[in-house]
Design a protein around this ligand. Structure first.
Ligand SMILES: *[C@@H]1O[C@H](CO)[C@@H](O)[C@H](O)[C@H]1NC(C)=O
Ligand SMILES: *[C@@H]1O[C@H](CO)[C@@H](O)[C@H](O)[C@H]1NC(C)=O
Ligand SMILES: *[C@@H]1O[C@H](CO)[C@@H](O)[C@H](O)[C@H]1NC(C)=O
Length: 393
């Protein structure tokens, strides 16, 4: 009997404790809020009434609940000098509609878990020291109407998924370190400069800063994946890349113009030379022996010698091919040669070309010329050659 009392009393207390736990336990949202509190640095003790022993968080500082089920509807703790980070436990508040933590001293990232708060309408995180990027799945928060992330240390690309937030009417990403092209999609196209001021590496229609030059080269290089929160490149290398591409473009352009100019010069020169060549050929054709004889005399015809040297440097065969192709053989054939056949003319021209070779040693002797003429020029106007020969020698 004496031993029985403590045992009974102990059992009763245990039962009562278990009962009270079952009935009066803090709601899951309350537990999640305490997890949030645990990563905050509450220097002003503003969250002192956030107690585990309460059954509901609905009367806690900054908290309001849905009346019907006591789930957390709003967290409103601006200007509270709160330090620390935003715990990923925020994602457990599945019916949260408003998160207002602006003008505190929060650091760390905006946790990806925030995208699990699918009823979120207003997100105020302005004026903290938040780092990292905007979670790319932010576009899943389809009720979002206000998003103010201005005056933080956020960086990276602006996720294009924000464009899907059709109810978004207030967006402020000003004074952060966002970079790259602002996606010109959906509702993101409707915000202007005042939503993005103070992000010097942003470009796009919204900030009236083109991302590409008129030649299609990027002014600000967009990041590999615009939806990735993390930023790989340093901003200085950003500018460096742009500068290198710019310099290379300019050099390429200059080279292109130079080559074009040289090409035109070359064509003009070639045409002039070809004209002279044709004229010499005409003369040589009607009075070949005289010219060849003269060229052998040397001293008197140094001008011709030089001319021949220049002409010799031109590709004879190419010129003849050109003349043949353009049906301009009449240009070099004596008018009296009415029935000259192209093969013969070609052969004569070939001999003439040999006689005007750039290298004097390569030029055939008179005997060789005569032999060649006899071998190859059997038909029309062959007699003319011999006649001219006899005329002039
Ligand atoms: C909380 O903030 C105070 C003052 O800002 C600082 O001295 C302290 O180190 C911080 N504590 C933690 C755990 O960050
Ligand atoms: C966003 O929503 C889509 C469809 O509603 C879903 O498939 C996707 O997993 C969600 N993304 C995240 C990160 O929750
Ligand atoms: C965004 O915030 C900046 C300062 O943080 C302010 O100058 C600007 O007017 C705000 N823009 C909008 C659209 O409210």
């Amino acid at each position: 009997m004496k031993l029985g009392f403590p045992v009974w009393a102990f059992s009763a207390i245990l039962a009562a404790a278990l009962l009270s736990c079952a009935v009066l336990a803090l709601t899951p949202d309350g537990v999640a809020l305490l997890e949030l509190k645990s990563t905050l640095n509450d220097t002003k003790n503003a969250l002192s009434n956030w107690q585990f022993l309460d059954d509901s968080p609905c009367k806690w500082t900054g908290i309001s609940c849905h009346p019907e089920d006591q789930t957390v509807l709003s967290i409103s703790l601006p200007y509270m000098q709160l330090g620390g980070i935003i715990s990923p436990s925020i994602g457990k508040l599945s019916r949260l509609q408003r998160l207002a933590l602006h003008q505190n001293s929060l650091h760390g990232v905006i946790p990806n878990e925030i995208t699990k708060c699918t009823e979120l309408r207003a997100l105020y995180l302005r004026g903290n020291y938040l780092q990292g990027g905007i979670p790319s799945a932010i576009g899943n928060l389809s009720h979002l109407t206000v998003m103010d992330l201005s005056s933080n240390s956020l960086k990276g690309a602006i996720p294009s998924s924000i464009g899907r937030l059709t109810r978004l009417s207030h967006l402020n990403l000003s004074t952060n370190f966002f970079s790259g092209e602002i996606p010109d999609v959906g509702v993101l196209s409707t915000f202007g400069l005042s939503s993005f001021v103070g992000n010097f590496d942003l470009c796009g229609q919204q900030v009236q800063k083109p991302c590409r030059t008129s030649m299609g080269f990027p002014v600000v290089l967009p990041h590999a994946s615009s939806d990735e929160a993390a930023v790989p490149a340093k901003r200085s290398s950003h500018y460096l890349k742009g500068a290198v591409i710019g310099a290379m473009t300019a050099m390429g352009l200059a080279l292109f113009i130079l080559l074009g100019f040289l090409w035109i010069c070359l064509v003009v020169k070639k045409e002039r030379a070809a004209k002279r060549y044709t004229e010499v050929k005409k003369q040589a054709n009607s009075e070949p022996i005289k010219k060849l004889d003269r060229s052998r005399e040397g001293s008197a015809d140094q001008v011709l010698e030089r001319e021949l040297e220049i002409l010799g440097s031109i590709k004879h065969i190419n010129l003849m091919n050109t003349l043949l192709q353009e049906n301009r053989l009449e240009d070099i054939v004596d008018e009296r040669c009415t029935d000259a056949d192209p093969e013969t003319v070609e052969a004569v021209l070939d001999i003439a070309a040999k006689c005007t070779d750039a290298n004097p040693d390569e030029r055939p002797s008179m005997n060789q010329v005569l032999q060649l003429l006899e071998q190859e020029v059997i038909s029309p106007c062959a007699s003319d050659f011999y006649e001219s020969h006899s005329d002039y020698s």
